[in-house]
Design a binder for this molecule. Structure first.
Ligand SMILES: [Cu+2]
Length: 299
């Protein structure tokens, strides 16, 4: 299979039988149990959370603490967590989905798009996020590549397939002449309990090439999925944590999270189709390095 012709997977589990029958949903990633697609209001719990968050802000946080509750400090000689995310055993039946390209074939490609929901190469599970759970203070956010967070829509694909972003501006770059795209982003709430609901975040129509800016702001969960409302084979994922200790694994499944103050941590790995795994560890001394290898299997 030519990797260049592939698109990569989306969230949620779909019964293999449905995949085998070739059923296709026109829009939106499928979630694990129930979805919330039409009501723009967040669920009651989210509204309560927002009220309490606003109240907390009104009570005035200390100057160095961001609105998100993360304090940036000067970390000298911080520790490092390295490891690899792997997949063992048989792939899920619906690891790869072929979706007919029925719009703009001159730009999007002829025939079918192979959407790879579970992308394994030589045992490495690509498209996995690794992050520290609830770290309250640590290094400052660095600048993103190119100076701004971007999502490129080109050849009817989102690039990159997945990325970590800081809450705030995101630049939507549309580079397909004669094609309309409509990016739709939802916050995935409850992912770790395997009963995610979707909270609508951004829905931006881009009828022609150009650049649009939207604001990424999650309410209850850092996990985000996106799709194009025009092309039902365009998908991608993001994570917008409150802190900068989050990465996407490389093509070989490896990762490194650095500049971590000594302490006890829970490090987690999120794969949009396979869920979340966690490892508890300690960075005992300044400059220490700790290994954390994650192994996923078919659900
Ligand atoms: Cu599109």
């Amino acid at each position: 299979m030519n990797a260049a012709s592939r698109e990569y997977g989306r969230v949620g589990a779909r019964p293999p039988a449905a995949a085998a029958q070739g059923k296709q949903k026109q829009k939106g990633p499928r979630l694990m149990v129930r979805t919330r697609k039409t009501n723009p209001r967040p669920p009651p719990a989210a509204r309560r959370w927002m009220v309490s968050a606003v109240s907390a802000l009104l009570l005035a946080a200390p100057p160095l603490v961001t609105a998100a509750g993360y304090e940036e400090i000067n970390v000298t000689d911080g520790g490092r967590i390295t490891g690899k995310v792997s997949f063992t055993g048989p792939l899920p039946d619906d690891a790869v989905e072929k979706i007919a390209i029925n719009k703009n074939p001159d730009v999007c490609g002829q025939g079918y798009r192979e959407v790879v929901w579970v992308d394994v190469k030589d045992g490495a599970l690509r498209g996995t996020f690794v992050f520290l759970h609830k770290i309250k203070k640590g290094k400052a956010w660095g600048m993103p590549e190119g100076g701004k967070y971007t999502i490129l829509q080109e050849g009817c694909r989102f690039r990159p397939w997945c990325q970590v972003v800081k809450q705030g501006d995101i630049h939507l770059l549309h580079n397909d002449e004669g094609v309309q795209h409509n990016i739709n982003m939802v916050e995935l709430i409850g992912v770790e309990r395997r009963r995610a609901v979707e909270r609508p975040m951004i829905n931006r129509n881009q009828p022609q090439p150009g650049e649009a800016i939207e604001v990424v702001k999650t309410v209850r969960s850092p996990f985000i999925s996106m799709n194009c409302e025009v092309h039902n084979f365009m998908f991608g994922f993001m994570m917008a944590p409150k802190h900068p200790y989050a990465v996407v694994v490389g093509d070989d499944g490896s990762f490194a999270i650095d500049n971590i103050p000594p302490g006890q941590y829970t490090v987690k790995a999120w794969h949009p189709r396979l869920g979340v795994k966690k490892i508890k560890l300690e960075i005992a001394a300044a400059g220490g390095e700790v290994k954390a290898d994650f192994e996923f299997t078919k659900l």
